[in-house]
Design a protein. Structure first.
Length: 179
């Protein structure tokens, strides 16, 4: 299909709050335990309203229903929902800091149909237009192949600590966008 991303709005938040757990529980299940996924929903896998307010979060719809979402950020946070944030995240300097790819989720019925790639391309184009030269992201184990295929390189593997004491393995990746 020929997907067309549009900017997410505050009106999309309820649909995103429904999509995220559906996406996580189905698409992350081969890599993470149910306990890891449940503890990560919200603090790691959640809506970040700052991305929506900044106009850097996109959705893809099919017949009016959101089937994918993802965005980028000019702010410091590498991942996670906005639950614990009490103030706006500090902005990055495009001349010296990498932009962030953030919060990609696809409805399981629409997985592997080019939605993630389409969102990633839209984000990279917007990042270039904003003057950033490099991009960082934290991928899940499920998302790592998408980003690797798009030219991102692993910079570090680490565990995100969860409230239930379990670790959530993550992969920090980076890409140069050139000049």
């Amino acid at each position: 299909m020929n997907w067309t991303p549009s900017r997410a709005t505050v009106e999309d938040i309820p649909a995103l709050e429904a999509l995220i757990p559906l996406s996580v529980r189905a698409l992350q299940a081969p890599w993470y335990s149910a306990a890891q996924m449940e503890a990560a929903l919200g603090p790691v896998f959640g809506v970040d309203r700052q991305l929506i307010a900044d106009g850097t979060y996109y959705v893809i719809r099919h017949e009016g229903r959101i089937v994918g979402a993802g965005g980028w950020s000019r702010r410091k946070s590498l991942f996670g929902g906005d639950q614990g944030r009490t103030a706006p995240d500090p902005e990055l300097d495009p001349a010296q800091d990498p932009a962030r790819i953030r919060a990609f989720f696809v409805h399981p019925d629409w997985a592997r149909q080019g939605i993630g790639r389409c969102l990633l391309t839209a984000c990279e184009n917007a990042i270039r237009a904003a003057g950033f030269r490099t991009v960082d992201l934290v991928a899940t184990l499920a998302g790592e192949p998408l980003y690797a295929a798009a030219g991102y390189s692993v910079t570090k593997r680490f565990d995100i600590p969860l409230s239930n004491g379990l670790p959530l393995p993550g992969v920090q990746m980076s890409k140069s966008l050139g000049h």
